[in-house]
Design a protein around this ligand. Structure first.
Ligand SMILES: [Zn+2]
Ligand SMILES: [Zn+2]
Length: 280
């Protein structure tokens, strides 16, 4: 691994590539859905991805946007779709205009604001919906859904040969349903967990910035972040197969973080809570 390739994390059919450390860089790519959550300072592993979802405008999450747009243009890729909270749209447009002035070049990109309750397409069969997060600036998280098909309940016990006949007769046997595959928080206080789409996601990538008693829960909340002490009592409410922790402060080494997980996460949750891979 290097900063340019990112770290890889996999669970069943879900593969993610990224890098996340508080105050340094946070960016996670889900290649199967063609989506990149936050861009850090702009890194090569993000360049092939056409859809960029920004959680908020802090520099360790969003400052790489002009770099990424320029890299994509240089490599002849299609102009990216960049989605963001409403308040971020005017200043980011302004930043792009200034950078175009510096470069003496007009870049192609689609900036769109989106809010919780709305949805937008990704690579089929995936799409996404924002959810509310609680930080010190305008912010939101995102859930990627997969649109799937299944037999309607009335046909589930029917013999496959009979189903074949019904299908030939033009009977509509299947129905669509949406599965929440992955949620990504950006920076937030713990209250984002009140959103059902988050608690039902197969994988939850969530920020836990502070991990020990050197920072208090009150202090974490004051800065719009989460302390591990707040997550542990809420684990029982989560249906997620995996809860993957990102954005731990750079003050901790990963060995120390793994020791804390081992000591603090209840035994029956240990296989479900992980640290997103990061440098030593
Ligand atoms: Zn951050
Ligand atoms: Zn932030």
């Amino acid at each position: 691994m290097s900063l340019s390739t990112g770290f890889t994390w996999t669970h069943k059919n879900i593969r993610l590539v990224g890098y996340s450390m508080a105050g340094i860089c946070t960016s996670i790519v889900f290649p199967d859905a063609d989506v990149c959550f936050d861009v850090g300072q702009g890194l090569p592993f993000q360049v092939p991805v056409p859809n960029i979802l920004l959680s908020h405008g802090h520099m360790d999450h969003a400052s790489g946007l002009p770099y990424l747009i320029a890299q994509k243009a240089m490599m002849g890729q299609t102009p990216p779709n960049v989605y963001m909270p409403e308040g971020l749209l005017p200043p980011l447009k302004q930043i792009m205009r200034l950078w175009e002035q510096i470069d003496n070049h007009t870049y192609q990109y689609q900036f769109r604001s989106i809010k919780p309750g709305q949805e937008a397409p990704l690579k089929a069969p995936y799409f996404f919906k924002p959810f509310e997060t609680f930080h010190r600036v305008d912010s939101q998280g995102y859930t990627v859904f997969e649109r799937k098909k299944r037999l309607k309940p009335e046909y589930r016990d029917v013999d496959p040969r009979q189903l074949g006949n019904l299908r030939k007769q033009g009977e509509q046997l299947e129905e669509h349903f949406d599965e929440a595959v992955l949620s990504f928080t950006g920076d937030t206080r713990i209250e984002f967990l009140d959103s059902p789409q988050v608690r039902e996601s197969r994988v939850l990538l969530m920020e836990v910035t502070y991990w020990d008693e050197k920072k208090s829960v009150e202090n974490a909340r004051l800065w719009g972040h989460i302390h591990l002490d707040e997550l542990i009592p809420r684990l029982e409410s989560l249906k997620c197969e995996k809860i993957v922790l990102i954005h731990a402060s750079a003050r901790y080494g990963s060995k120390y973080l793994h020791e804390i997980l081992d000591a603090r996460i209840p035994e029956h949750f240990k296989h479900r809570v992980e640290l997103f891979p990061r440098p030593i």
